[in-house]
Design a protein around this ligand. Structure first.
Ligand code: SF4
Length: 445
């Protein structure tokens, strides 16, 4: 839990020596509480102060990194709701394979996971993990773990109720930064040593939240913190409730033993049910979500949802302001202008491409706002667009002297013509979907 300035001041030397740049220890404590200073700026801070303040500075949900290169980030969350501040670690999606599955279909799933990329509003979205589930014989499970890692090079969720099988598989993929699932009271001692020795994280489970708290408390006390919570839940509603209770306890009550990312295994074969459970988990508060099938339609829906939930609501997704070449434009190709809100850019550029036309697309700095919002905020005016075009050297780039503005801001056409001497402004359609017919009717040469 965050400490107040007064609580921090009690931990400082109280000599007011000013070496930290503040006149008093109290002033320095206030800066620390506001996260505007680092304790290391006080050369006389005691070990006790470092310990207490270091623990207080940890996020209430522990941050973990999985994978051979530690690129799959989990946890680190500090808020319950995304309108308070952004969520920091998108739910890692994993696809399950069983050691009893037909080898050819298993290989197809693993290659599908490896190759899957969804490009949306400029981001490349991928599947971060593979879950390998032990259902048959121990050797087959270990072989599949090795095989899954060799094919995908992604961290694994190794899932088995047999701790000997888990130990063998964990050793076989040492260094992959995987997740062992799931330790119980009876198996935790052995599995934590395996996880530690092989560079993996450990999921823990129990009969109820109390048992989970006991288990994580014991493991934390033993110095192992790379933990993930596999909540017990008999139904979707119970799961939703349990993960909300745990997250609230970690964030609002400072319950450290519940301050870990969550792991969820989704079962069943009905794609709509699977999608609904995946959405639950992405919204409330999934760390790793294991899907029972590899299905591109399902993945598209969940990845889109995940991107929306984990985008900073205070920072619209935006593209770099510049003049973009759409297709292979020449000096006489048409010129369009719109804002640098990613969605606007990708829709407009897509519609220009769909029309089979090459063009120049001018994207001025509009702080990532959509056309009408940017216009209302004074960021997409005739004067500001003209200034951007001049700074970008548009006159020298093209021979065209006609620029198409979005129909929603037809009122800026006069101002733009005044500020862009020699250019004619053409008012385009209001909706990007109408660009193709507009291009064919008004711009086709
Ligand atoms: Fe106080 Fe440390 Fe700052 Fe000196 S350097 S004023 S002891 S906080």
């Amino acid at each position: 839990m965050a400490l107040t300035g007064l609580q921090i001041q009690k931990l400082l030397p109280k000599t007011n020596c000013k070496e930290c740049g503040c006149n008093t220890c109290m002033a320095f404590a206030m800066k620390l509480a506001a996260k505007k200073a680092e304790l290391s700026e006080c050369p006389y801070a005691s070990d006790e102060a470092k310990r207490v303040l270091g623990a207080a500075a940890e996020p209430p949900v522990k941050a973990l990194a999985l994978g051979p290169d530690k690129s799959v980030k989990l946890g680190g969350e500090t808020v319950l709701y995304r309108h308070e501040k952004t969520f920091v670690s998108p739910t890692a999606l994993a696809v399950n394979v069983n050691d009893t599955d037909d080898p050819a279909s298993r290989r197809a799933v693993l290659e599908g996971v490896r190759d899957y990329v969804l490009e949306r509003v400029g981001e490349k979205l991928t599947i971060q993990m593979v879950c390998v589930t032990h259902k048959g014989d121990r050797a087959a499970f270990v072989d599949l773990a090795k095989n899954a890692y060799e094919i995908t090079h992604k961290p694994l969720v190794l899932r088995s109720a047999d701790s000997k099988a888990l130990v063998a598989a964990a050793e076989a993929v040492k260094g992959s930064g995987s997740l062992l699932a799931s330790a119980t009271r009876d198996t935790a001692a052995r599995l934590v040593e395996t996880a530690r020795a092989n560079g993996h994280a450990l999921a823990v489970t129990g009969a109820d939240l109390n048992e989970l708290v006991e288990l994580t408390t014991t493991l934390r006390a033993g110095g192992f913190g790379d933990l993930v919570l596999d909540f017990p839940a008999a139904s979707r509603a119970e799961r939703f409730q349990t993960s909300s209770i745990a997250r609230r306890a970690a964030l609002k009550a400072g319950t450290k033993p519940l301050g870990y990312p969550a792991l969820r295994f989704i079962g069943g074969t009905d794609l709509l049910d699977i999608a609904a459970e995946g959405v639950d988990d992405i919204c409330k508060y999934g760390g790793v979500t294991v899907l029972p099938v590899f299905d591109k339609a399902l993945l598209t829906a969940l990845m889109t949802m995940r991107q929306n939930i984990f985008t900073d609501p205070q920072k619209p997704i935006q593209v770099e302001p510049k003049v973009y070449a759409i297709g292979e434009p020449t000096r006489t190709s048409p010129v369009f202008v719109t804002t640098n809100f990613s969605l606007t850019y990708f829709i407009v550029s897509g519609e220009i491409e769909n029309a089979g036309t090459s063009a120049w697309l001018v994207i001025p700095e509009c702080e990532g706002q959509s056309v009408l919002t940017a216009w209302a905020a004074g960021k997409f005016s005739g004067a500001s667009i003209a200034k951007f075009c001049q700074a970008a050297g548009l006159d020298a780039m093209v021979d065209t002297r006609q620029i198409v503005i979005p129909g929603y801001v037809s009122q800026i056409s006069g101002e733009l013509e005044e500020n862009l001497p020699g250019w004619k402004v053409l008012v385009g359609p209001q909706e990007a979907a109408d660009l193709e017919s507009f291009i064919k009717a008004r711009l086709a040469s």
